[in-house]
Design a protein around this ligand. Structure first.
Ligand code: PLP
Length: 421
């Protein structure tokens, strides 16, 4: 690991030696009124626009303009097969087989659809284990699934909390909860990287422990996909879902993705909410009465894909494919390590880093717990052209993204923060 040094010279040296620095030019960096780059540290919320995104959207706009309905069957990417053009690259991004992934819907919708198939409670085994402070949408979704099946969420949700006075959850506490309540747990639904603290878990170990107890294991990878290396197939995860608008840079509210392990992909005994787009392509347009699901994750589709919201994803996935998750992770460890180093060097008591200090237990985000000053610090940073985000209570999340953030971004952020404090 690099020995970090204080001072601007070091940041400049790191940028010159960075093999990925060329990728910054492949994204649109937000600018201020003077046309200068702002420092964008919220790729954990909305990733930046790849410069080629517009081209991919434009192609489809042109197709719609000139060929209209003919676009379903013509052009480089006929709309009737549009989702299939994304499977190989999506699979490589999350360590899956192409047949195990599908680009469709939005994240919470996908979690619900997958729970229809993989949350099959019985009288004795009906509980759902998740991390305390999971993203609220997951908590609402889980509670509503429990209620839908006639269970009381108060009783049915097992939330694993950090120890008293700590911010992050201990992996061993998750394993212990699985061990203790495993026989009553139908489903474990864990976030790959926690949205609030940036903590990542050993997902292979959790999957194994859950499945040893007969539980289904699903993942919300909103903050993990495109941020940390994943190996969904080999880990044997039952299902997963993620959005593509954070680290995957496909634009606000863009289409999401889902993973169904191949051991479940061809199961006809699983219930699912069906729609015509999940039906066998050979006979789809014969409009048969009987639903015949496509094999693999594709069989979970309901509707035809939203082409315009999917087009930017092609631009982003090309970049991921070009650089590879491993190289991104290597830079990410350096960039976030450097941020941590500078924040520690600042030796201020104005905030505490609540993200894990072990770099293997986090993605690129560091969460800074402030006291009462949090909101005003956040606003003043924004006034100075530094975009990071605020989450109640009192946390500023800072996410240097290896694709487009530089060591100078990190250096300038910490210099500005020190001035404000
Ligand atoms: C961890 C996590 N889960 C779920 C969601 C909800 O996403 P969507 O609105 O795309 O369903 C988000 C959104 O930021 C999230 O961060």
């Amino acid at each position: 690991m690099t020995d970090f040094r204080p001072g601007e010279t070091f940041a400049k040296e790191m940028d010159s030696a960075d093999p990925l620095s060329v990728y910054r030019g492949k994204f649109h960096i937000p600018r201020n009124a003077e046309g200068e780059d702002r420092i964008y540290l919220v790729g954990n919320s909305l990733g930046l626009q790849p410069t080629r995104a517009m081209e991919f959207v434009w192609e489809e706009m042109e197709m719609w303009k000139t060929r209209a309905g003919g676009g379903h069957h013509a052009g480089k990417r006929p709309w009737e097969l549009y989702e299939t053009t994304l499977s190989d690259k999506t699979a490589r991004l999350v360590g899956a087989k192409p047949s195990e992934v599908i680009v469709m819907n939005s994240l919470t919708v996908n979690l619900h659809l997958l729970m229809v198939s993989f949350y099959r409670p019985t009288k004795d085994r009906y509980k759902i284990l998740l991390e305390a402070k999971a993203f609220p949408s997951d908590q609402y979704a889980v509670a509503s699934q429990l209620k839908f099946h006639g269970f009381d969420p108060e009783d049915g949700m097992i939330e694993v909390s950090p120890p008293e006075g700590e911010s992050t959850i201990r992996q061993e506490d998750i394993l212990e909860a699985i061990d203790k309540d495993g026989k009553s747990i139908a489903l474990i639904l864990i976030g790959g990287v926690n949205y609030f603290t940036g903590q990542s878990f050993d997902l292979a170990e959790i999957t194994q422990a859950g499945q040893n107890q007969g539980c289904m294991v699903g993942l919300d990878l909103a903050h993990a996909a495109g941020n940390v290396p994943l190996n969904l197939h080999d880990w044997g995860v039952d299902f997963a879902a993620w959005c593509n608008y954070k680290y995957i840079n496909a634009g606000p509210g863009s289409v999401a993705s889902a993973f169904v392990h191949e051991k479940h992909g061809n199961r006809d005994d699983l219930p699912r909410f069906a729609g015509w787009w999940g039906h066998n392509r050979e006979t789809r347009f014969e409009m048969p009465k009987q639903f015949d699901p496509l094999r693999g994750a594709e069989g979970w589709q309901i509707s035809n894909i939203n082409v315009l919201s999917t087009a930017p994803l092609l631009a982003s996935l090309d970049l991921f494919d070009d650089v590879g998750m491993q190289s991104l992770r290597e830079k990410s460890l350096l960039l976030t390590g450097y941020l941590e180093y500078l924040l520690d060097e600042a030796s201020t008591e104005a905030f505490t880093i609540i993200s894990p200090r072990n770099r293997e237990e986090r993605g690129c985000q560091l969460s800074l717990q402030f006291g009462e000053s949090a909101k005003s610090v956040h606003k003043r940073l924004n006034d100075e052209g530094i975009i990071c985000d605020y989450r109640e209570p009192g946390v500023i999340r800072v996410a240097p993204v290896p694709f487009y953030n530089s060591f100078m971004d990190v250096f300038n952020f910490v210099e500005e923060l020190k001035k404000l404090l």
